[in-house]
Design a protein around this ligand. Sequence first.
Ligand SMILES: [Zn+2]
Length: 602
Amino acid sequence: MRNNKHRRVFSGLLILSAAVAVLILRLAWVQLIMKEQTVPGTKYTMAKMAEIQSERETVLDSGRGRLYDRKSEPLAGETIWTAAFFPQEEKAKKSVTKVVYEEDKPMHRLAEILGVSYEQLLNKRSSLKEPLLWPSSVGKGPLALTPAQAEEVSALGIDGVSVLPFARRYDGNLSGRQWLGYLSEAATQAGIKASPTGLRIPMTGTDGLEKTLEPLLQGVGHTEAYAQVDARGNRLPGSPIQVRAPGNPYFPLSLYTTIDKKLQEEIEELALKSGMKEGAIVVLDTGTGDIEAMVSLPFYNPEKISPQGGEWNNRALQAAVPGSIFKIVTAAAALEAGVTSADELFYCSGQYEKYGLSCLKGKGHGPLTLVQGFAVSCNTVFAALAERLSGVQLQSTALALGLGRDISWQAEKTLGFPLLKPLSGEQKGTIFTTLLPDDKGARVQTAIGQRDVQVTPLQAANLIVTLLHGGEVRAPRILQRVTFANGQKLEELPGHLSPSSAGKISESTARQLLSMMRKVVTEGTGTRLQSTYWPVAGKSGTAQTLVKGVARNNQWFIGYGPVDHPRYAVSVAVENVAPDSPHLAIKLFGQIFDLLSASSEA
Ligand SMILES: [Zn+2]
């Protein structure tokens, strides 16, 4: 019994060993001999075939959400047509040199369209190991083809050249749209490898809307074009160029802003031509308080951010010394307190006693009413008002009018955010930085918008909207709607008020101030605005500042138009100019209103 069992085990092992030996032989055969044999039906050996199962791809769309303007024009994530080149087949590469001009007309035409020489195009194409989206000469992205060019390139029918849509984040140009922000490389996460094209590096919003809306903008997957290649990077014969997309009908999301892209661009151009170097321009819809344009200078390039440069700062949200535009607040405080009236008579001798304040270069305005004093921006009149007001009255009137506090649109528990606040880096500004002083000198300086007073250009424009709404402060909105990729609505973000514990000024005071602002244009510091197509109204300001110990000025003009049916509130802040420079802010204000009237009536 025992012997029999042993014999069975032994013969079992023998059979197993024989099987293993056969396997080893078979492997050796494959390794040493068969790998050099051609696989039936192909011209490749087995070794080659093992290597060829690879593909080369290029990213057409990172999947990041898109930002649009109020008319659905793309602001970030525009789809453009590009010329995509894939590695050629080996056979095609070898035959390149033999091609004569007449046979290669399509490539000559393609070179023309791309703006390169025929030879440059051939060289680039034959040396390709990876797919290439033909690069633009400006910016980081590929060259954008016009629809006609796209059609023509497609019709040329060149093998390995396709016209493909590409989601371009930015256009590579300088702009004053700092509210948009920019992207930077996300901290490298383990396991994520950048593609050779560099387009698959994860990017994350670092400022502006790109940052505050990051959770909504984050992509759900790349769309890429790919083709099969061999080990040497030649495209496999007959391998077509294919596109692979996440195929999610809901993402990426589309975010609709209140910005008017065309208006934004036109104002950027105006500001640049005017020679303005620093400052901001804000255009609000007077009905809603929506931001239609917000331009900040110096311009920035979202593709080339220098951290120390500071151009990415949105000056429209940064507080600056306002000077005489703050007289609107002082007049409001005095009218509300009942310490003056529109026709009270003052006398300006040019010097205001003990505070060392001068007016009209010391010559003085002579006798004038409050309305006239506001129109010509008489410091004496406003110093007199300051003496009748307390610091608390000035401060609370400013707060009631939406200064000295955050005012931009925000909402709690919305779209998954504990607090959704699309504008980033908004400064509050200040009225008094120290405890409310009982010092008259401090109040006089404050009443004319100097000393500690700081206001953002956005707050200044919104102050006008507030007066037009009878004293009710609206929260300026920049994001109005979010939809899914298929157009289905995800969330509507309605405008709202921005009330304060300081309350609001009365409607009658608001009305008086608005009519006083008209007098600025008809008989005061803004008479050069009488030639605008729409009648406008507003208030000028020239604030004295010190920049690194050097005397500088901020020039302001804020107002509304057309006077009878106001549609827009505009603030222009030209910052940090040499004292006694021509008043660029008034000039720009007029030019902007002529833009607005022309585009409204076109
Ligand atoms: Zn005066």
